[in-house]
Design a protein around this ligand. Structure first.
Ligand code: UDP
Length: 479
């Protein structure tokens, strides 16, 4: 095991939200001011298994800078474990979504590997913490640290970002594997009520949907000329307006999109093409093969193009399957008939500079006429909120947290059976054929995200959770 790695959290000014929230912001500021005093001298340690790629890293990266700005001593540490451990935890992740993953076992040998790995990391983490600190663990990769943190006398939250609508035997078996650790936490946080596990104590459960940062390089406003310049810069398009491929970094300094990306395409996306985009890790639960097949069989329009974008293979430390899944998708792409393949573009986006990567995603989402999220299961699906924030109409599977975000017929179209390729095709065609409806959906999506899914909304619950665990009574005016 390598030593856990600190992820820097430069603060971001909370008062940016004043312009978006109006009067409601005053209350949030009061909560922040109270927390600054109430938590003084205590650190809150977030522990996850990757600092880049995927929703958990995205959430921590966008949420914690505001908590630090509020004056709370928040830190983020990433475990660096062996490939065997991450193979096992990916199996656990897949099973928690009801999928067999690599089909491997989850028995006593796996428990030994899981516990011995985390015992070593737990010792390292233990050396960092002081009495009175709080540990905030994320996802199954870290659940085994709960008992170790409890033994050290610390308060522990376990945050589960994974969940499934209808648990099958694989899901329940995996709960059984993890429950001995998880049940010892002082609180557990789920993204949705439906994700609560059998056998846990309901009085310790909190529910918090994930949120996005509207000001980050991923979501900040980019004008059409900038979007075009970024897409031209990465090689997706060839023509462009005369803009520069620039964005504003989180520290306020200028950024420029300039790194080459991995691109599989026969020819660039034409300027007047109608673009359907799915941005996701290369994960079978996002069904990238199904997306390609849908283009092949159910999206006949000669000017309808599909962009499938994800992180550079190998760019996500705790996702060992990414490389393999991308290879499958690339092979399927090569096997498509040429007149359909020319309408499919596969992009792997470099992860060295996460803000540059985020600006690429931002430009792709903004250029898309329809954003697709054809997941087979989805804990929440941050990509959905990101696209809605950008006024994009969604076509998405009616699974998991996507259902909390997309209002069917209002902000997009939900497809009940995620394997029904014909329905996905028809939903996309329907939106593309009616630009006025697409615009209405985009506006409604933006309103919905503005009202519910912005980082600032989680801050109050976060403070409430931490103070309740630390036994500090919150006065009514700071709630
Ligand atoms: N993402 C990214 N770069 C990529 C691909 C994905 O930054 O090349 C981001 C995406 O924008 C979103 C997150 O990764 O913020 C994925 O989160 P989501 O909840 O959609 O899915 P998860 O990966 O957690 O299953």
């Amino acid at each position: 095991m390598a030593k856990p790695k600190f992820v820097p959290i430069p603060p971001q000014p909370l008062d940016r939200f004043r312009s978006l929230l109006g009067d409601e912001y005053e209350q949030i500021e009061a909560v922040a001011a109270w927390a600054r005093e109430a938590f003084v001298g205590r650190a809150i340690w977030h522990i996850s298994s990757t600092a880049r790629g995927g929703g958990v890293a995205e959430l921590l990266r966008t949420m914690l800078p505001y908590v630090r700005d509020a004056g709370v001593d928040t830190r983020w540490v990433v475990l660096r474990e062996s490939p065997e451990f991450f193979c096992l935890t990916k199996r656990i992740h897949n099973r928690l979504h009801g999928a067999a993953g690599d089909g491997g076992p989850l028995g006593e040998d796996e428990r030994r590997l899981y516990e011995s790995t985390l015992a070593a990391s737990g010792r390292e983490v233990g050396r960092l913490c002081q009495p009175g600190d709080l540990i905030y663990l994320h996802d199954p990769q870290t659940a085994g640290l709960v008992p170790l943190a409890k033994e050290a006398g610390l308060k522990v939250v376990w945050r589960c970002h994974v969940g499934v609508d209808r648990p099958n035997d694989l899901v329940r078996g995996t709960w059984d594997f993890l429950r001995p650790y998880v049940e010892q936490a002082d609180a557990y946080v789920f993204s949705r009520r439906q994700y609560f596990w059998d056998g846990l104590d309901a009085s310790k459960a909190w529910y918090m949907p994930p949120v996005i940062d509207p000001f980050s390089p991923k979501n900040q406003e980019l004008g059409p000329a900038t979007v075009q310049a970024i897409l031209k810069g990465i090689g997706l398009t060839h023509d462009g307006l005369h803009g520069a491929p620039v964005f504003v970094r989180s520290d306020g300094t200028p950024g420029r999109v300039e790194r080459p990306i991995g691109l599989l395409q026969d020819e660039p996306l034409p300027d007047d093409a109608r673009m359907v985009a799915q941005v996701s890790r290369w994960d079978r639960l996002k069904d990238p093969l199904g997306v390609l097949e849908m283009l092949d069989r159910h999206l006949p329009g000669a000017d309808t193009h599909l962009v499938l974008a994800g992180p550079d293979a190998g760019g996500v430390a705790d996702d060992p399957e990414g490389r393999e899944v991308f290879a499958e998708v690339a092979e399927a792409w090569r096997g498509m008939v040429p007149q359909h393949r020319r309408r499919a573009h596969l992009l792997t986006l470099p992860m060295y500079d996460l803000e540059e990567n985020a600006a690429m995603v931002n430009a792709l989402q903004r250029r898309a006429d329809v954003v697709l999220q054809k997941s087979l299961a989805e804990g929440f699906g941050l990509t959905v909120a990101e696209a809605m924030w950008k006024r994009r109409p969604l076509v998405a599977s009616r699974v998991g947290g996507i259902q909390d975000q997309v209002l069917d017929g209002e902000t997009g179209v939900l497809v009940t059976d995620p394997l029904d390729l014909a329905r996905f095709g028809a939903a996309i065609e329907g939106i593309l054929a009616d630009p006025a409806r697409a615009r209405r959906m985009g506006e409604a999506g933006k309103r919905r995200v503005t009202e519910r899914f912005l980082t600032v909304y989680r801050l109050r619950e976060y403070v409430a959770l931490v103070s309740s665990l630390l036994g500090i009574v919150q006065p009514a005016e700071a709630r």
